[in-house]
Ligand binder design. Structure first.
Ligand SMILES: NC(=O)c1ccc[n+]([C@@H]2O[C@H](COP(=O)([O-])OP(=O)(O)OC[C@H]3O[C@@H](n4cnc5c(N)ncnc54)[C@H](OP(=O)(O)O)[C@@H]3O)[C@@H](O)[C@H]2O)c1
Length: 252
């Protein structure tokens, strides 16, 4: 994609935070947006604020494959095609004991990882029949390494990075572009739950500008803010013994 102007873009996880800010940013640059998440009221409020015309609301639950299929069918009644589909949905709990309950772990994996598989399964045939498309999956720098207290959120994000790499190579011959987003800390309802200092945290509007730029670039990975993500990338390439020295200090 060289420009978002006039492109039909589907955001799953658009009702708050980065997804909502991205919808506004893309719409103000001339894209036509399909807004999806579970909370239809929030999506309708957001649609009313978007620049331009033609934006639609298609509520769904990413954990439910059939609801994504239904949403796609609804979207294609209004849109001639879908140029790009972004998986921005996630649930998160801080490390408070609840996260470690096995039912909660399965739920988080089902939404954060299973939801991405569901989206890919639904949009891939549509993109193949169109002859083009773009799949964008939001992972995180939290997926670069196993961070102390991070599981299962980190584990799902690591798997999303891995999934995106596989898809990138598999889908290239079908003219389907695949990208992964790895944000550092962004101020959203998700991070508002954290009670620890979040270094180099940025506003959701700034993350949206970085993502819009990345969608039109040739880069596979969209990561920001660079001053933070390069530190995390350094951790990523450390040998295990050295990484564990650093990780033990993080654990305290
Ligand atoms: N904020 C950060 O610092 C940060 C850093 C790295 C990565 N990320 C990633 O960035 C993405 C956006 O996060 P955010 O910070 O903007 O969080 P957020 O404000 O909590 O937004 C999460 C979005 O996911 C949707 N969602 C959750 N469960 C869903 C489900 N079962 N079906 C459909 N939609 C669902 C929510 O909508 P409903 O509740 O209406 O369904 C909401 O729109 C996530 O993938 C997150 O992991 C964030």
């Amino acid at each position: 994609m060289q420009d978002v102007k006039g492109k039909y873009i589907w955001i799953l996880g658009a009702s708050s935070g980065i997804g909502a800010a991205l919808a506004k940013e893309l719409a103000s640059s001339g894209a036509i947006i399909a807004l999806s998440a579970r909370r239809a009221d929030k999506l309708n409020e957001l649609r009313a604020t978007l620049a331009g015309e033609g934006h639609i609301v298609a509520p769904l639950d990413v954990a439910d494959h059939a609801s994504i299929q239904n949403a796609q069918s609804e979207i294609l009644k209004s849109f001639p095609q879908i140029d790009s589909a972004l998986f921005m949905a996630a649930m998160y709990s801080p490390h408070d004991g609840k996260t470690k309950k096995i039912e909660r772990i399965h739920e988080m994996l089902h939404v954060n990882l299973g939801g991405a598989f569901n989206m890919v399964d639904v949009v891939k045939p549509q993109f193949e029949s169109q002859g083009h498309g773009q799949i964008v999956i939001c992972a995180s720098v939290a997926g670069y390494r196993g961070l102390p207290t991070g599981q299962p959120y980190c584990a799902a994000k690591a798997a999303l990075l891995n999934l995106s790499e596989s898809l990138k190579v598999e889908l290239e011959p079908k003219n389907i572009d695949v990208k992964v987003i790895c944000p550092g800390f962004v101020k959203t309802p998700l991070t508002d739950k954290n009670d620890f200092p979040m270094p180099m945290i940025i506003e959701a509007e700034d993350s949206a500008i970085a993502i819009k730029k990345g969608l039109c670039s040739r880069a596979f990975e969209i990561h920001f803010p660079k001053r933070f993500t390069y530190i995390m990338k350094l951790l990523h390439i450390l040998p295990h013994w050295l990484y564990f020295v650093v990780a033990r200090k993080m654990r305290g």
